[in-house]
Design a protein. Structure first.
Length: 294
């Protein structure tokens, strides 16, 4: 049956939360946004409906560059939080974490447990595990020295007593709206509270960091600094010309991203149009194609 003849798929509304990643996905493709946030909701439960389980698995697929980045940032966060003061053992830690992830994939554990990473390259016809593993290791071997000389060296130079433990992701309240940031590290330097975002980061990110500093750490916006991890380097995020204007943009984002909510608190798939120019590389491409087959 053509997907055009299928009844609309509705999902119950969950509490809305804002993040820069969420905004970027909404702007890229509204159908992908629906499948990611609503169609896949609850799919981590092994007893969820098969379609929901499939969408949740597809939602959490990553490619080799994305997996490499996640392994590097997770290792950096562990080193920083654990009090390490140099990156001597950073490379073996990264390679061990990557190896464990690959073992989960080849054993099938990653397909069953959606908390584990699964590479999109391994889901394609004629997938070559050996070639994917080789490419991942080559990618990491190229990136690790850059990270060690950049963000790893800079962040591990922060004295352990100046490192600030925070939840990950970091929840920030803006009125009744919940927002999220994803800092790799938070620390104090000469009275300034600094946060290094995993990325992406824009003025709104800096505004959320400042809001967190005010609400939870007693810091004024001028006492909060923002950085982003960019290719293994720490780069400053420009402070907003107006913090109130940046926060208003977050509020406007929330308004436009919730405009499709129907009475009764439901989201219906047919309200979210696709962006065909993004279909070729979309995580949900196989799901949509299979629904279009009679």
């Amino acid at each position: 049956m053509s997907s055009a003849l299928l009844p609309p798929v509705a999902s119950a509304a969950a509490p809305f939360s804002w993040s820069l990643r969420r905004r970027r996905l909404f702007d890229r493709c509204k159908k992908e946004y629906y499948l990611h946030y609503y169609g896949a909701a609850g799919g981590a439960d092994p007893y969820a409906p098969p379609e929901t389980r499939l969408l949740h698995r597809l939602k959490n697929l990553t490619d080799i560059p994305g997996f490499a980045h996640s392994v590097l940032t997770a290792s950096l966060r562990d080193f920083f939080a654990g009090g390490a003061e140099d990156g001597e053992f950073f490379r073996p830690a990264v390679m061990e974490l990557a190896s464990r992830g690959l073992a989960d994939m080849i054993s099938g554990r990653a397909a069953a447990d959606h908390k584990k990473v699964l590479l999109i390259e391994l889901t394609r016809p004629k997938a070559d595990f050996a070639a994917s593993r080789r490419l991942l290791y080559e990618t990491l071997e190229e990136l690790i020295p850059r990270w060690r000389q950049g963000a790893v060296r800079e962040l591990l130079a922060v004295p352990p007593e100046n490192r600030v433990p925070v939840p990950f992701p970091l929840e920030v309240s803006f009125g009744e709206l919940t927002c999220f940031a994803v800092p790799a590290a938070v620390w104090l330097c000469r009275g300034i509270l600094d946060l290094a975002e995993i990325g992406p980061a824009e003025e709104e990110t800096a505004a959320l960091h400042a809001l967190y500093g005010m609400n939870c750490r007693g810091r004024s916006p001028g006492q909060v600094g923002s950085f982003v991890l960019d290719g293994g380097e720490l780069r400053p995020v420009e402070r907003p010309a107006s913090f109130s204007a940046a926060l208003r943009r977050i509020r406007l984002d929330a308004d436009r991203m919730t405009v499709f909510e129907r009475p009764g608190g439901f989201w219906v798939e047919e309200d979210f149009p696709p962006s065909p120019e993004h279909c070729e590389n979309c995580r949900f491409r196989s799901f949509c194609q299979n629904r279009d087959v009679e």
